[in-house]
Design a protein around this ligand. Structure first.
Ligand SMILES: C[S@@+](CC[C@H](N)C(=O)[O-])C[C@H]1O[C@@H](n2cnc3c(N)ncnc32)[C@H](O)[C@@H]1O
Length: 293
């Protein structure tokens, strides 16, 4: 009989996979290994630590091995397991939507901050480029009385947002619209208190700085904002001006590489720059612009 140390225990599997992921240049090798194994075993990641000496069954092991191969080929873990945590909620994701990023949580934080200052209810909000619906749904979960229009140009993305809206039980607050920026809204839509967005903002000029796995697996339409990267943001600002109520805010994410250009776009508009927000890495990431009261 094989010695216990020769067996593929959870501990050994994690060590081997972490080592392998490190060799292929994975940034979060240990975390990736744990997420995949926990998913294969249908348990919480933390529970792996209480089961170190257990030898997973053939079926879980087969699944895990196939997933490890996909990860080694570069596929993001969130697409392999089919979900991703954002603002402490679990979102279904697939290749039709951007994987929610931690830096986008700053858009949620700023919107919740602004929501506290506005007394009018129900609070009316538009999320432009909703993708998985992560921003709209997080806001719906934290604002008692609100009505949110979640817009995306991709009907495949809207299908994912719709699934998350159902699963996370916010269908009474969030409604989806497919179409181009604010033109997706029905004619005669009322102005709103908040417009939030994580629009596509990578410039074609900086394509070579984007990670290979992002380019290969995430939807192109979610990434690129035009040649300069600011083309969609320029349109977003212009279209937001008439759709905001006095004192309302446009809160959007962008990247440090086009941040100054975005500030200029706001300066050239009728909105006032209220705040620039840095992300967890200390990089300028979110702009809050206010319509005069
Ligand atoms: C960067 S992703 C953000 C997704 C999600 N809000 C998040 O933060 O994870 C941008 C989203 O905008 C959508 N999009 C791109 N161009 C658009 C347009 N002109 N009108 C509406 N949505 C657009 C893309 O399909 C994509 O889902």
């Amino acid at each position: 009989m094989a010695e216990a140390t020769d067996q593929w225990t959870i501990k050994r599997l994690l060590e081997w996979t972490t080592d392998h992921f490190n060799k292929v240049g994975s940034e979060n090798a240990r975390l990736d290994a744990e997420v995949l194994l926990a998913e294969a075993l249908q348990c919480d990641r933390i529970m792996l630590y209480t089961r170190f000496e257990e030898v997973p069954s053939g079926e879980s092991l087969t699944k895990y091995r196939a997933w490890v191969k996909r990860r080694i080929a570069g596929e993001p873990v969130a697409y392999i397991v089919g979900h991703k945590e954002f603002y402490s909620l679990n979102f279904v994701v697939n290749a039709n939507v951007l994987i929610p990023r931690p830096e986008t949580e700053h858009v949620v934080v700023e919107a919740l901050e602004a929501a506290k200052e506005i007394n009018d209810r129900p609070l009316r909000i538009i999320d432009v480029g909703t993708g998985s619906g992560c921003v709209a749904i997080s806001l719906a979960k934290h604002i008692d009385q609100c009505k949110i229009a979640a817009i995306d140009i991709s009907s495949d993305a809207i299908a994912v947002a719709g699934e998350n809206i159902q699963t996370l039980a916010v269908a009474d607050k969030v409604k989806c619209f497919t179409g181009d920026l604010l033109q997706a809204l029905p004619d005669g839509s009322q102005p709103v208190h908040l417009i939030v967005s994580n629009p596509p903002y990578i410039g074609r000029f900086e394509t070579e700085t984007v990670e290979d796995s992002v380019l290969k697996y995430e939807p192109e339409q979610a990434l690129f904002g035009g040649e300069k990267g600011t083309e969609i943001i320029q349109r977003l600002v212009t279209e937001s001006e008439p759709m905001l109520l006095p004192g309302g805010r446009l809160i959007f994410e962008t990247s440090p590489s086009v941040f100054d250009d975005c500030l200029q776009i706001v300066e050239n508009s009728s909105l006032e720059l209220e705040k620039s927000v840095k992300d967890y890495a200390g990089l300028r990431r979110v702009i809050v612009a206010k319509k005069s009261p």
